[in-house]
Write a protein that binds this ligand. Structure first.
Ligand SMILES: [Zn+2]
Ligand SMILES: [Zn+2]
Length: 262
């Protein structure tokens, strides 16, 4: 299994000389199985960094439908996914509201909209998901590859501090021993004190969760729009000191690609 990160930013796409290394694009991830099967997780503006790898017939899984997770959809025009999946339901109606004049002049392309209840199989990849704390709701998703035993867990929008101990335990069991965990690191602990209920976690939450889940690697994602490259360098070093294997992946370089097993 290979994992390619397209965008590591949260909330809105940003740009600027101080946001080159970690990119300004919102969340998008491509997971590719050994047989070439492809799953996109969310369609933020970071789709532009992975779209050249996407082939017709891919599956697009939505953790949720906040704007920052679907704003890159028009970029998939040439390789529109075969199926678009939201187990939370109502996806085609939601996307039709966006792909509709005067919001957007292009009609929603045709595709399948399955609403699987507990899991979904795409080639040799199996997806499972779990509700996490986030305004309007959001799913964490786990992709397992039976042939290699590889597993990636994506928890891009999650407020760890708003989850009950039981919900936290359930998440830990869900993400147990994944090779790679992508986790929401939107706020610093100092910022979070002012943003309880806004739906996001901190890098210290991410590190604590990675430890409890016994994952091998941790990618911090969904960075706040204002976070600069220098600040993310610092955050990446702090996290790595606490949890070997933790990084803020720099989307320009090879550390935004993960091969499993390594
Ligand atoms: Zn988001
Ligand atoms: Zn969200």
């Amino acid at each position: 299994m290979k994992v390619y990160l397209g965008g590591a930013r949260g909330s809105v796409p940003v740009s600027g000389a101080d946001k080159i290394k970690y990119g300004g694009e919102t969340f998008a991830l491509l997971v590719e199985g050994g047989a070439g099967e492809q799953i996109l997780v969310d369609a933020g503006s970071g789709i532009q960094r992975v779209v050249d790898r996407v082939r017709p017939g891919a599956t697009l899984f939505f953790t949720h439908t906040h704007l920052d997770h679907l704003i890159g959809l028009p970029l998939l025009g040439g390789v529109w996914p075969r199926q678009l999946v939201s187990p939370r339901g109502g996806l085609s109606a939601i996307l039709s509201r966006v792909f509709s004049p005067p919001v957007w002049p292009v009609e929603l392309p045709a595709g399948d909209y399955p609403e699987p209840r507990t899991s979904l199989t795409v080639g040799g990849l199996r997806l499972r998901w779990q509700e996490v704390a986030h305004p309007d709701g959001c799913l964490a998703v786990r992709v397992d590859e039976a042939a290699t035993g590889a597993a990636v867990v994506v928890a891009t929008d999650i407020e760890w501090g708003a989850m009950t101990p039981d919900a936290q335990d359930a998440f830990v069991a869900f993400a147990h021993q994944a090779d790679l965990l992508l986790f929401d690191a939107h706020y610093t602990p100092e910022e979070y004190a002012q943003y309880h209920g806004w739906g996001h976690s901190t890098w210290t939450d991410a590190v604590a969760v990675a430890r409890r889940c016994s994952v091998k690697k941790l990618w911090l994602v969904h960075h706040a729009p204002e976070r600069t490259d220098a600040q993310l360098d610092q955050l990446s070093a702090l996290a790595a000191a606490e949890f070997p294997g933790a990084i803020c992946p720099t989307v320009q370089t090879a550390d935004a690609v993960f091969n499993m097993p390594e």
